[in-house]
Design a protein around this ligand. Structure first.
Ligand code: HEM
Length: 309
């Protein structure tokens, strides 16, 4: 089995998310940039060896067949758009995703700058988001985000495509991204106890509500997906706050989730947007709107080092 990219790293203070589409005729440049990314990260890292710097690159469903002639990841398909009674999860374009993580914003910027320079006019950037760590792993809504992520071997197994399922792409991971824009005037007007009901955890101490008190439309009630044995079906989330500071400027959460199959994230999204039971949608969505939604596959380091024809 191949080696997964640097997905399970320490939580860095800064991250950049770049989503681009490959223009007609830009396929070879895109392939060169996939192969060239590791060299760019090494080049930038070597200037500040003590800093954390890594980057994950992933490829969208439509782009896969334009870039490679061989087999494709078994479950790679476009992001599934969802239209609930009240809220919508749109599917938006994206051929390549670059997720850069660093403890220095300048290094993350430099990797993105060199990579997009290499791509030149072969691509169009459709979303560029610069995320920052906010206090003790909080979203801008004020809650700690990431608590229930799996750790250690559980995290590895949550994100790694199994050789039995898809031998050609074992070791890789599926990635879903959504940029959310939050209405802070409305969210901040809610009493803290109502905010806690929306998430299903206390705000300051981050303690989970017990099952008797957690509302069925709380975010964590709808995204907790036990399997038939009652064990949680996990994904690894690496969300980041982003956005403008002043007034009505756009700000919110960049959601990114890695998983061994897109099916788990998709089920969580159905619960959030369509509701579970149907109509019982995620209360968080009354204050935060998904403006992008794209699905990718992050292949192994070996695949990127020696791309198939
Ligand atoms: C839990 C925030 C979107 C999946 C949480 C928690 C917060 C949070 C504060 C509780 C602490 C934790 O365990 O991390 C947000 C925000 C979002 C967002 C602000 C977007 C604006 C999503 C999406 C998904 C998701 C789109 C899945 C498709 C989960 C899962 C948990 C969780 C699986 C853990 C549930 C549990 O077992 O307790 N999120 N989230 N989140 N979120 Fe989200």
């Amino acid at each position: 089995m191949g080696t997964g990219q640097h997905i399970l790293t320490s939580k860095t203070p800064t991250a950049v998310f770049l989503v681009v589409t490959v223009d007609d005729g830009g396929e070879q440049a895109a392939r060169d940039a996939l192969e060239g990314l590791a060299g760019i990260v090494t080049t930038v890292s070597s200037r500040v060896p003590d800093a954390t710097l890594c980057a994950v690159v992933a490829i969208g469903s439509d782009a896969w067949d334009r870039l490679f002639s061989g087999p494709r990841p078994a479950e790679l398909h476009p992001f599934v758009e969802l239209t609930g009674e009240v809220h919508t999860a749109p599917a938006t374009p994206g051929d390549l995703l670059l997720h850069i993580k660093s403890d220095r914003a300048d290094l993350a910027y430099e990797v993105g700058r060199l990579w997009t320079t290499q791509l030149g006019d072969a691509v169009t950037t459709v979303d560029e988001t610069h995320g920052f760590r906010y206090f003790d792993m909080r979203d801008l809504i004020g809650f700690v985000d990431g608590t229930e992520n799996p750790n250690g071997p559980d995290a590895v197994s949550a994100i790694t495509v199994d050789p039995d399922q898809d031998p050609d792409f074992a070791g890789g991971s599926y990635v879903a991204v959504q940029r959310y824009v939050t209405e802070f005037s409305e969210w901040n007007a809610l009493p803290t106890s109502d905010q806690e009901d929306a998430i299903g955890r206390s705000k300051l101490e981050n303690v989970e509500m017990d099952d008797d008190t957690k509302p069925s439309n709380a975010h964590t009630a709808l995204t907790n997906l036990p399997d038939v044995d009652g064990k949680p079906q996990d994904i690894v989330r690496d969300n980041m706050p982003y956005g403008d500071i002043a007034g009505d400027g756009v700000k919110g959460t960049y959601f990114i989730a890695y998983s061994k199959t897109p099916a788990i994230t998709e089920e969580m999204l159905r619960h959030m947007f369509l509701g579970d039971p149907p109509g019982n949608h995620d209360r968080l969505l009354d204050f935060t709107t998904a403006v992008t939604g794209t699905q990718f596959f992050a292949p192994t380091a070996e695949f990127l080092a020696d791309l198939p024809p």
